[in-house]
Design a protein around this ligand. Structure first.
Ligand SMILES: N[C@@H](CCC[C@H](N)C(=O)O)C(=O)O
Length: 271
């Protein structure tokens, strides 16, 4: 039996998609790590398994089974869900440009426009308190934001010289399951710049949930509950709209390769 894959990215946050409509693939953490390995595998920040989901919606919704590069499971991936949505439309697995996608954080409504840009209704961004991260001996105060997955948004004066090859140290009482840490510079009321260290991955060139958390965190600091901003990340730019009840994320979804995994390799990395 062949195992097809697709490689894609959203603002250079890259993924291996594994179509698995019948939920038949044994995707172990070891196989996720092997797929994401940039030398011995395909290379990616995470894996998106494409599974049919009749449990959440009766009309044939699809479920995004997202895994971090280290094999761990996360609730949500904002860049991943854009790539996932475009894949479903391109493959004819959905008929309309607007449709729901199941995730561990709940069902998310997506819209794919004619140019392939994808807008996702990300649900609410909830500010849950304050905390801090320590990086290279320096303490960065931050705002804790929940976007389905946990984030710590640290506003600072510059980010270009931060060493994110090591994980920032966070408060394990506040974030018992770990946290994604965003370092943010406010460039203008409607434009921020961001770098991120992702839980289960390391520094990535973009994090969709992180961009939503960052805009919500910056607005919170300024005493606002709603607002719109462009977010510049190393991998490009996305647009975030924060409303009282929900947020939207708009950005690109790109495919770079399609192929077939070597069955012998897959069996050997089963773990
Ligand atoms: N890159 C993703 C977030 C992926 C999950 C994250 N690393 C976590 O563990 O919560 C995004 O685009 O949102």
């Amino acid at each position: 039996m062949s195992i097809p894959f697709v490689k894609g990215h959203g603002t250079e946050n890259d993924f291996v998609l594994l179509p698995d409509p019948d939920d038949a693939l044994d995707l172990t953490p070891a196989r996720v790590r092997a797929l994401c390995d940039r030398r011995a595998g395909i290379g990616a920040d995470g894996v998106l398994r494409v599974v049919r989901d009749e449990t959440q919606q009766p009309d044939g919704t699809w479920f995004m089974d997202y895994r971090n590069a280290d094999g761990s499971i996360a609730e949500m991936c904002g860049n991943g869900v854009r790539v996932f949505a475009r894949y479903l439309l391109d493959q004819g697995l959905v008929e309309r440009r607007e449709f729901p996608v199941g995730t561990r954080a709940g069902v998310r409504d997506v819209r794919v426009d004619e140019r392939g840009e994808v807008t996702v209704d990300m649900g609410p961004a909830r500010v849950t308190g304050e905390s801090a991260a320590t990086l290279d001996g320096r303490r960065f105060p931050g705002v804790a934001v929940d976007v389905g997955n946990p984030h710590l948004v640290c506003v600072t004066d510059r980010i270009h010289d931060l060493d994110l090859s090591v994980p920032p140290v966070h408060d394990r009482v506040v974030f018992p399951a770990g946290v994604n840490v965003e370092f943010v510079v406010v460039e203008a009321p409607d434009r921020i710049r961001m770098r991120v260290h992702e839980r289960g991955v390391g520094e990535t060139r973009s994090c969709g949930t992180g961009t939503v958390a960052a805009v919500a965190g910056v607005l919170h600091r300024a005493g606002h509950k709603t607002g719109t901003a462009d977010v510049d990340i190393p991998g490009g730019r996305v647009r975030v709209v924060v409303d009282e009840d929900t947020c939207t994320l708009t950005g690109p979804a790109v495919f770079v390769a399609r192929g077939e995994l070597d069955r012998g390799w897959w069996d050997s990395v089963g773990g």
